[in-house]
Design a protein. Structure first.
Length: 363
């Protein structure tokens, strides 16, 4: 089954999608559209396809798959138009700036009986896939605590290169909308979505409107607690720690360590006789599955999902949780209280409108 692809957007991530599409079996790129006609033409020439200045000309070709890699605020409208011509849609992260818009995108895909996926390629990293299997198989046990620290260092030249970055109108936020959606998705993918978030976001060093640093205290449905810290002002490796009743996972960069508790924490807490006893901590070697954690992984999976009728590994309804959490942290910052998830759609829409108008500003 040949799949015909159209790409909307010619920014820094577009070449990654073009390379991935070229690697998909029996895929044909029918065109690239972008408001920047010169950028679209350059990419199209390199990919051996046609360039369009108007995305509606591209959609008139009725591609089977449309890849949306434009700035976030344009995702909802472009997705709706692509679905209307019968295309499956793969959207760059995040789905949209706010959950209300993402809800409408998911509902439109359901009505059209088309797949809507999100480009969260980090789910395909071997360490993440292995950690997910440890969780799903029950080897970690019921969640006790989770901690995620993600430095997303960016120099100020990064923001100077594109005026829409880090603005409420152009992106709908800062680090929580641009870089950290990957982090939030991995947190929810491994630990499940939190029930509440008490967040603080700040603009500390970057020349932008929105936040460059955010942290949150999370509470999960079973009472487990978690912490999250993301920033574009701090360099270093990603660090994820997931502690369950039966074991713990620690990820640092592309290294995974797993330790199991013998007996489980719940059993040992209730039966230990010594005041300072602790369960035995047994390190296990975990074989990592194959995978690259890149755009090619996402595209190969999405194409296979279309051809087989199964769900993609990153369906929009699942990826929505990362946006819920991002919106919750911003809402919590400005309300000064813990915010339950799912987020109050009206409350966040009002806050985002106020941020965009300048009525309120990032602390």
């Amino acid at each position: 089954m040949r799949l015909r692809y159209g790409v909307i957007g010619a920014g820094v991530v577009a070449p990654l999608h073009l390379e991935a599409i070229a690697a998909v079996d029996d895929a044909q790129l029918v065109g690239i559209s972008a408001l920047n006609r010169e950028a679209a033409a350059t990419l199209a020439q390199g990919a051996g396809t046609e360039a369009f200045a108007d995305h509606r000309e591209l959609l008139a070709l009725r591609p089977d798959v449309v890849v949306v890699c434009t700035p976030h605020p344009s995702h909802p409208a472009l997705t709706a138009e692509a679905l209307e011509v019968g295309a499956h849609v793969l959207v760059e992260k995040p789905l949209a700036p706010q959950v209300r818009e993402a809800d409408a995108m998911i509902e439109a895909a359901d009505r059209a009986s088309r797949l809507l996926g999100v480009c969260f390629q980090q789910r395909f990293r071997p360490v993440i896939a292995a950690a997910r299997e440890l969780v799903v198989s029950g080897r970690v046990g019921e969640l006790v605590r989770v901690s995620v620290v993600e430095p997303w260092y960016r120099p100020q030249s990064y923001y100077a290169a594109a005026g829409w970055r880090g603005t409420w109108e152009g992106e709908g936020g800062g680090v929580l909308m641009n870089q950290a959606p990957h982090t939030l998705d991995l947190l929810c993918h491994l630990a499940g979505p939190p029930a509440t978030a008490w967040g603080v976001s700040r603009r500390r060093s970057q020349p932008m409107e929105a936040e460059d640093t955010a942290t949150a205290l999370l509470e999960f449905g079973n009472g487990a607690l978690g912490t999250l810290a993301v920033s574009t002002t701090e360099p270093g490796p990603q660090r994820i720690e997931l502690v369950g009743d039966r074991g713990r996972i620690e990820i640092s960069g592309e290294t995974l360590a797993f330790q199991r508790f013998e007996p489980s924490l719940s059993a040992h807490l209730a039966t230990a006789t010594g005041m300072f006893d602790q369960p035995e901590i047994v390190s296990e070697s975990i074989e990592l599955p194959p995978g690259r954690g890149d755009h090619r992984d996402v595209h190969e999976d999405f194409a296979a999902a279309i051809r087989t009728g199964r769900a993609p590994r990153v369906p929009a309804r699942d990826a929505l949780w990362s946006l819920e959490l991002a919106n919750a942290i911003v809402l919590s910052t400005h309300s000064g209280r813990a915010v339950p998830l799912p987020v109050d759609r009206d409350a966040y829409a009002t806050l985002l409108a106020d941020l965009r108008s300048g009525k309120v500003s990032t602390p």
